[in-house]
Ligand binder design. Structure first.
Ligand code: HEC
Length: 96
C-alpha cells in the first residue's frame, strides 16, 4: 500500500499504526489508526470518536472530519487521492 509507505501515513501514525508523538511538533499526537481502534467507539479519551465506517473514514482522510462531523486538528493533513486509491486505503485500514 503506497500511501502507508514513507512520506505517507506511517510517518506520523507509525509502522504499526499505533500512533505517537510527532517530531519536531511533539505536542501533537497522531492517534492509533489500527482497525480495532477505528471501528470501535471510544468517546471518553482524548482522540475519542464514534466508530468509523468506510464512508466516514474516507471523509476523515480527505476532509479531516470525525464521524460526528467535528474537525480533526491541523496536525492531520487533508489528503487528495484518486477514488480507487482512497477505496483501497480505506478497506486496508478497516480490515487489517
Ligand atoms: C503529518 C502527520 C500525519 C500524517 C502524514 C497522517 N496523519 Fe492522520 N492524523 C495526524 C494527527 C496529528 C491526527 C490527530 C488530529 C487531531 O488530534 O484532531 C490524525 C488523525 C487521523 C485520523 C482520525 C483518527 C481518530 O482518532 O479520529 C485518521 C483516520 C487518520 N489520521 C488517518 C491517516 C491516514 C490514512 C494517513 C495517510 C494517508 C494519515 N492519517 C497521515 C497526523 C498525520
Amino acid at each position: 500500500m503506497k500511501m502507508m509507505g514513507s512520506g505517507g501515513c506511517v510517518d506520523c501514525h507509525g509502522t504499526n499504526r499505533n500512533g505517537g508523538r510527532l517530531w519536531p511538533n511533539f505536542w501533537q499526537v497522531a492517534p492509533s489508526i489500527t482497525a480495532t481502534r477505528l471501528v470501535g467507539e471510544h468517546t471518553q479519551d482524548s482522540h475519542g470518536h464514534e466508530g468509523y465506517s468506510a464512508e466516514t473514514l474516507a471523509r476523515a482522510i480527505t476532509k479531516g472530519v470525525r464521524p460526528d462531523g467535528s474537525s480533526l486538528g491541523a496536525g492531520m493533513p487533508r489528503w487528495s487521492m484518486a477514488d480507487e486509491d482512497l477505496k483501497d486505503l480505506v478497506s486496508f485500514l478497516l480490515e487489517d
